[in-house]
Design a protein around this ligand. Structure first.
Ligand SMILES: Nc1ncnc2c1ncn2[C@@H]1O[C@H](COP(=O)(O)OP(=O)(O)OP(=O)(O)O)[C@@H](O)[C@H]1O
Ligand SMILES: [Mg+2]
Length: 229
């Protein structure tokens, strides 16, 4: 079933965090999910070793450029969602993962440098579209943003991306302690306790809104793909 890839050659833009939030949220809602951890540093596999991983969520790790396509194909046959996390560099693993993705999410923090790296990811997606003769939907996700204010730099980057016709997710992943805390305590934002971290309600609402938007985007893209076919 659909494969969602988090990709950006920029390190530290919240690929792994947003991937785990999406995966755990889908699993909390009852879906079966495979998370493919193709980062040699194993951030997702390390999270999964802590208590509280939802039962319907499986993590496959030690995935490299030789095995990534086989792992994605095997997982897509077994679970309702496949989420792939890759390291923050350009590599063959990333290129192969893009070639199999139904949606590539490109996280961007509100800096011009991140936006430049996003442009590189988009270029790579277009190259893979040509190489594999298929459309590969993608969207930028603004991450670690403030829930209260939208700085001018962020508005400027948004305007530039929109001007270039780049799709941007309506939902942003705000800077929230809870999104860091799942990597310390394990589990999901919904299983964290108020004595472990504050601001849980806002984090849960953010995670749900993000997940709902991704699911709805996958549905629309599927319809578009069928119409095109
Ligand atoms: N929404 C968020 N709120 C608070 N902290 C966050 C959020 N997203 C990411 N972080 C923190 O930012 C740092 C980088 O996040 P993360 O590891 O998810 O990025 P990445 O893009 O996967 O990095 P890499 O390229 O190294 O794989 C981590 O310390 C993480 O805890
Ligand atoms: Mg990562």
């Amino acid at each position: 079933m659909p494969t969602i890839l988090f990709a950006s050659s920029k390190g530290g833009v919240s690929k792994s965090t947003s991937a785990v939030v999406l995966g755990t949220q889908l699993a909390t809602q009852g879906a079966t999910v495979t998370m493919i951890d193709a980062d040699p540093n194993h951030p997702v596999a390390t999270w999964a070793k802590r208590p509280g991983r939802p039962e319907t969520l499986t993590v496959v790790s030690d995935v490299n450029e030789r095995s990534i396509i086989d792992e994605i194909e095997a997982a897509a046959e077994q679970t309702a969602f496949v989420i792939v996390d890759v390291e923050g560099t350009a590599s063959m693993t990333v290129a192969y993962a893009i070639s199999r993705a139904d949606l590539v999410i490109i996280p961007v923090q509100g800096s011009q440098l991140d936006a430049a790296e996003a442009a590189k990811a988009i270029k790579l997606i277009h190259q893979q579209e040509k190489a594999f003769g298929r459309r590969i939907p993608y969207a930028v996700l603004f991450t670690r943003t403030s829930a209260a204010i939208q700085p001018r730099t962020l508005k400027h980057i948004r305007a530039e991306l929109e001007g270039a016709g780049v799709p941007i997710l309506r939902t942003q992943m705000h800077e929230r302690e809870a999104f860091r805390a799942i990597f310390s305590f394990g589990g999901t934002v919904e299983s964290l306790r108020p004595d472990q971290v504050g601001g849980l309600e806002s984090a849960v609402a953010n995670a749900r809104a993000f997940t709902a938007e991704v699911v709805s985007l996958l549905k629309t893209r599927k319809v578009q793909a069928e119409v095109v076919a």
